[in-house]
Design a protein around this ligand. Structure first.
Ligand code: SF4
Length: 357
């Protein structure tokens, strides 16, 4: 089995009480049987405290209760988890102990990412010199899980490797980040054609489109449309759609000259902006590309990667220096809600967003 993860993975350390946000907010953490059994044996008075902090969600699962402010009932005022602080990290439930690590298993392949909904994981990605993976192979030749087509997975492996290499190429050597993302979209369209015809065997040998796609006119309206689309999803926190609508309004109000000047000012202020976006695109491709094995939807996922980069770039134009915060909010609101993400991918699958980037 091959095991992969980003090369900055081991640099991650939870910020605990110094975290600018917290993962103990908004999310309903469902407890498994092991955690429940462990908590039944907690020392008093923590045992009673945990019992008071449990609730049952709409699916009938036991989870930690959230307060009106969205915070976990066990989060102490110092920003630390009461279970971890008073009893030890070993007693965190599986979900809390793993976060922000997310592992996707395919039988022959296991991939772990650090979700950028965690601000510290977002910072590591933003500041990484490049998005690179480390890989280990235990030499055991395991087949993919039942239901995972080996040829499709192989085609996704090969195509994703080409995209990550394209994104990794030094700035300017293979075009701008926007040119690279348009190549990704054009490539995904070709790959989707193979998938739709059931010709998975053609995917692995399909080259990246040889020529660069034409540069679209630098107008802000596709980005406005995208921010409005994202604002329509069901939010974790109310201020998220408000922010998106406000930014869409501000973008719409700009003259073409002011829009170009805003972009130029942002890019000149931080020359790493392009590397940061390439890292973001690499992370999203790593995390989402292979999920097409489940539903054959590849183009929508490529469009999601491009849309995420375009949306976050435009949000950052108005809040330069707040990339970590904005990436993390985007990930919390969009990446972690499977239903919202599926709907967005479905919507983008029907919107050929070349003009967006
Ligand atoms: S969001 Fe990340 S850094 Fe913050 S408390 Fe959670 S794991 Fe730690």
């Amino acid at each position: 089995m091959i095991v992969r993860r980003p090369d900055y993975y081991m640099d991650f350390h939870c910020l605990g009480g110094s975290c600018p946000d917290t993962c103990c907010r908004d999310w309903s953490v469902v407890l498994d049987g092991d955690a429940m059994a462990d908590y039944a044996g907690a020392p008093s008075p923590l045992r009673e405290r945990i019992a008071q902090a449990l609730a049952t969600d709409e699916d009938g699962d036991v989870c930690f209760r959230l307060g009106d402010d969205g915070l976990c009932a066990l989060l102490a005022p110092d920003g630390l988890c009461t279970i971890q602080r008073d009893w030890g990290e070993a007693h965190l439930c599986g979900h809390c102990a793993a976060y922000p690590r997310f592992t996707e298993e395919y039988g022959c392949l296991s991939e772990t990412a650090l979700a950028i909904s965690c601000p510290e994981a977002a910072r590591l990605l933003l500041e990484a010199p490049r998005f690179a993976l480390i890989e280990a192979d235990d030499g055991q030749d395991q087949p993919p899980f039942d239901g995972v087509d080996p040829e499709l997975l192989h085609g996704l492996e090969q195509s994703r490797a080409q995209i990550l290499a394209l994104l990794d190429a030094g700035e300017g050597t293979k075009g701008t980040i926007w040119e690279k993302l348009r190549i990704v979209l054009a490539y995904a369209l070709d790959l989707q054609g193979c998938i739709d015809m059931g010709r998975y065997d053609r995917m692995a040998s399909l080259p990246l489109p040889p020529t660069r796609c034409p540069d679209p006119s630098r107008r802000q309206y596709p980005a406005v449309r995208l921010l409005e689309l994202l604002a329509g999803s069901d939010p974790l926190r109310r201020d998220w759609p408000e922010l998106l609508r406000e930014r869409a309004k501000q973008l719409s109000a700009l003259s073409p000259a002011d829009y170009i000047a805003l972009r130029a000012g942002y890019e000149q202020a931080d020359p790493r902006w392009e590397r940061q976006l390439a890292n973001l695109a690499g992370y999203l491709v790593f995390r989402h590309w292979h999920k097409a094995v489940n539903d054959d939807t590849l183009y929508g996922r490529a469009a999601f990667v491009c849309a995420a980069c375009a949306a976050l770039y435009h949000l950052c134009l108005f809040q330069p220096g707040e990339e970590v915060h904005l990436w993390s909010r985007f990930s919390r609101e969009i990446e972690h809600d499977e239903d919202e993400l599926d709907e967005l991918i479905w919507a983008l699958d029907r919107w050929i967003p070349f003009d967006l980037i």
